[in-house]
Design a protein around this ligand. Structure first.
Ligand SMILES: *[C@@H]1O[C@H](CO)[C@@H](O)[C@H](O)[C@H]1NC(C)=O
Ligand SMILES: *[C@@H]1O[C@H](CO)[C@@H](O)[C@H](O)[C@H]1NC(C)=O
Ligand SMILES: *[C@@H]1O[C@H](CO)[C@@H](O)[C@H](O)[C@H]1NC(C)=O
Ligand SMILES: *[C@@H]1O[C@H](CO)[C@@H](O)[C@H](O)[C@H]1NC(C)=O
Length: 207
């Protein structure tokens, strides 16, 4: 036997191996940006219900990235009462061990809603993470974009963060700030909770 011998069977084997190689390359090829960044076709408001912790985020306006990093933690909560499209949207963020709250009444239009007098248009964006929501904030008609990944979990798997990082790259936004899962979340805002004061002022740039 010599390696120079090339029977039909050998050729077949070589072809098969080459094909397998090609197949694995195409399977692991990164998704195109249009596949990575697309609004949810369908949004079940019941899926939104409850509280979500921010896992990672990126902001198109670089100077604001520092503000995002300085947030120790952040949450988003949704609750719908009677009407499925009339939803209460509450946010909390912890900075310097102080909690800031904001709440809005929103109504879903497809997979989008607006708040802050319409200055922020938020679109639920596709993510392969099952217990996550991915929110894309379009602020002042495209002036700035904020992109936030929230989950029921505080910490995601490496591949899930990699998907988010790839999405951020598609949007040509700065590398994401990944939140430290050991930082406490703000207490839930309830009427009887003295540590939970609602901040009425909601500047667009905090979005
Ligand atoms: C729903 O809204 C009604 C009135 O708008 C209120 O009486 C009721 O307590 C609310 N229910 C919940 C679960 O928030
Ligand atoms: C949302 O709507 C409820 C009931 O209509 C109202 O009591 C509450 O003040 C509203 N909240 C905001 C932030 O506008
Ligand atoms: C929202 O817009 C109305 C009318 O344009 C204005 O009176 C109000 O002050 C605005 N509210 C905020 C929070 O900017
Ligand atoms: C918000 O953005 C979505 C997605 O780009 C768009 O379809 C929708 O019309 C926008 N809504 C408003 C009120 O601008």
């Amino acid at each position: 036997m010599s390696i120079m011998i090339s029977t039909n069977a050998d050729m077949l084997l070589v072809c098969a191996i080459a094909l397998l190689g090609l197949m694995s390359v195409s399977l692991s090829a990164p998704l195109a940006c249009e596949d990575l960044i697309r609004p949810l076709d369908q949004l079940d408001p019941r899926h939104l219900e409850g509280r979500w912790a921010m896992v990672a985020g990126s902001l198109s306006h670089l100077p604001f990235m520092e503000r995002l990093r300085s947030r120790e933690s952040a949450t988003a909560s949704f609750s719908s009462n009677t009407s499925e499209t009339n939803i209460s949207f509450r946010r909390s963020m912890r900075r310097d061990d102080k909690c800031h709250y904001a709440s809005y009444n929103i109504s879903l239009e497809g997979s989008s809603f607006t708040f802050d007098n319409g200055s922020v248009n938020t679109t639920f964006t596709h993510t392969s993470c099952r217990d996550c929501i991915l929110l894309s904030f379009d602020i002042e008609s495209g002036k700035r974009q904020h992109f936030y990944l929230f989950s029921r979990r505080r910490q995601l798997e490496q591949e899930e963060i990699e998907e988010f990082t790839a999405q951020v790259e598609c949007l040509k936004m700065p590398p994401p700030d990944v939140k430290d899962p050991s930082k406490e979340l703000c207490p839930e805002e309830t009427a009887g909770n003295p540590s939970a004061q609602t901040e009425e002022k909601t500047e667009g740039q905090r979005s």
